[in-house]
Design a protein around this ligand. Structure first.
Ligand code: UDX
Length: 431
């Protein structure tokens, strides 16, 4: 059992804290957002992540997790300190590491005795080195510490599962002592642990997210060729995925990838490569295909509806993916903005993301369910593949629509079946 400090209570920090507490460690979480911490003390969780509220409550009752405001307190009370603060993109695509630096300085001022300082947030390679330098400058060699890179591989919506059942754990270390501590910490997970140096661990994270983004852009490019040749991208993806070397995940054609991670990590990796003299053309193409995907989908809507101005458009799905309320870099939100500026009247519904969407966009109607979004609409767009959309009463939807048009950005339905039901059904790469 370790005493652990977690600095930053976003998706990564809160999930990491809850899971490490559930493994039997004593965890103190701090954040510079005073209100967020006060809410967390009252079991008010700022994000929707399946299972997180219950896990936090269970561990708070067991007194294994607490919330505070002071990095000094968290550092003093802990042997291991996780840095889980945001690394948003700069205008030039590089990662803004100012929060990481600020936290490193505050930790440095509080260190007494040996500490392991763990970079958990996704950061460009060599950030761990910078954290080490920052602490050394502040402490002038007076303290004994190690910096570790331990990148997260959690997917929003499955974050607890991914943390408790990782495919592998990656540890970037510079000392056997830090390695032993981190291996002891993660021993209960019985997962394979990849031990390497700090910069390699940082690259592994960027490489994984960039490769997953590449798979998505690859299948979206194939989808365009399928549409031109009358082929079926879903069948192509299915047959490709049966090859164990390719594997089936992240080959779902659609309106492209969004979210807080992929776009930002892609930009940061391209920027990092360029800063060190390598022009990462492949990833620039991955990014370009993803940008084009949105434009192709808008074009599909225009081809189907003719004029967008004054058309009533129902939208199902606002979050960037299902099982999350996160709308950061949500393609659905971007497409809604484009349609709205073209004069469309939007009626939107999402199972979880309505509150966050209402705070971000004005001038659209938010509906209580899918049927209300379909009522009197000239078409219904499916933008996020929430499971409940698959169970819609399509006969009822057809009656509610002003005209039977569904444009499906996530290939949730079968074209032949939809045509049989009398819909004009457009999708990605198969219709
Ligand atoms: C991602 C990585 O998967 C995770 O390992 C990392 O730690 C954080 O970033 P996340 O951003 O939560 O996780 O979402 P993910 O499930 O990876 O999806 C990212 C985007 O790709 C979503 O917009 C999703 O709709 C899209 N996507 C995903 C596709 O378009 N097709 C697919 O086949 C899979």
């Amino acid at each position: 059992m370790f005493n652990i400090g977690v600095i930053g209570t976003g998706y990564v920090g809160l999930v990491t804290a809850a899971c490490l507490a559930d493994l039997g460690n004593k965890v103190i979480c701090v954040d510079n957002d005073y209100k967020k911490i006060e809410n967390l003390k009252k079991n008010i969780i700022p994000i929707y992540e399946p299972g997180l509220a219950e896990l936090l409550k269970k561990n708070r009752l067991a007194k294994r997790i607490s919330f505070g405001h002071s990095i000094k307190e968290a550092t003093t009370k802990s042997e291991i300190i996780f840095i889980c603060v945001g690394t948003p993109a700069n205008a030039d695509g590089g990662a803004d590491l100012s929060a990481v630096e600020k936290v490193a300085f505050e930790i440095a001022q509080a260190i007494k005795g040996y500490k392991v300082i763990v970079g958990k947030s996704t950061v460009p390679a060599l950030t761990g080195e910078r954290i080490k330098q920052a602490i050394e400058i502040k402490t002038q060699g007076r303290v004994n510490f190690d910096v570790v890179s331990n990148p997260e591989f959690l997917r929003e919506g499955q974050a607890i599962h991914d943390t408790m059942h990782p495919d592998r754990i990656v540890i970037g270390v510079e000392s056997k002592h830090a390695e032993d501590i981190m291996c002891r910490l993660y021993k209960p997970l019985k997962s394979q642990i990849v031990v390497t140096n700090i910069q390699t661990a940082e690259i592994i994270k960027h490489a994984c997210n960039s490769f997953l983004s590449t798979k998505i852009s690859f299948i979206n490019a194939i989808a365009h060729i399928c549409e031109k040749l009358g082929a079926d991208v879903e069948m192509v993806a299915q047959a490709m995925g049966l090859d164990k070397r390719i594997a089936k995940d992240f080959l779902n054609a659609g309106i492209g990838f969004g979210g807080y991670c992929f776009p930002k990590d892609l930009d940061a990796f391209i920027h990092l490569a360029e800063k060190h003299g390598y022009n990462f053309e492949l990833l620039k193409s991955v990014r370009k295909i993803n940008e084009e995907q949105k434009r192709f989908f808008i074009k599909k809507i225009e081809e189907t509806l003719w004029n967008i101005k004054n058309k009533n458009i129902g939208v199902l799905g606002l979050s960037f993916k299902p099982n999350t309320d996160d709308i950061r870099n949500s393609i659905a939100m971007e497409i809604i903005r484009t349609l709205k500026s073209a004069g469309a009247k939007i009626k939107a519904y999402d199972p979880q993301a309505m509150a966050k969407a209402k705070a971000e966009i004005r001038g659209i109607q938010f509906c209580k369910d899918s049927y209300a979004a379909a009522k009197n609409s000239d078409c219904l767009l499916i933008m996020t593949e929430w499971a409940e959309f698959k169970k819609l009463d399509l006969a009822k939807i057809k009656k509610l629509l002003a005209q039977p048009v569904i444009i499906d950005g996530r290939n949730m339905f079968e074209p032949a079946a939809m045509k049989k039901l009398g819909f004009v059904y457009k999708c990605v790469g198969r219709c």
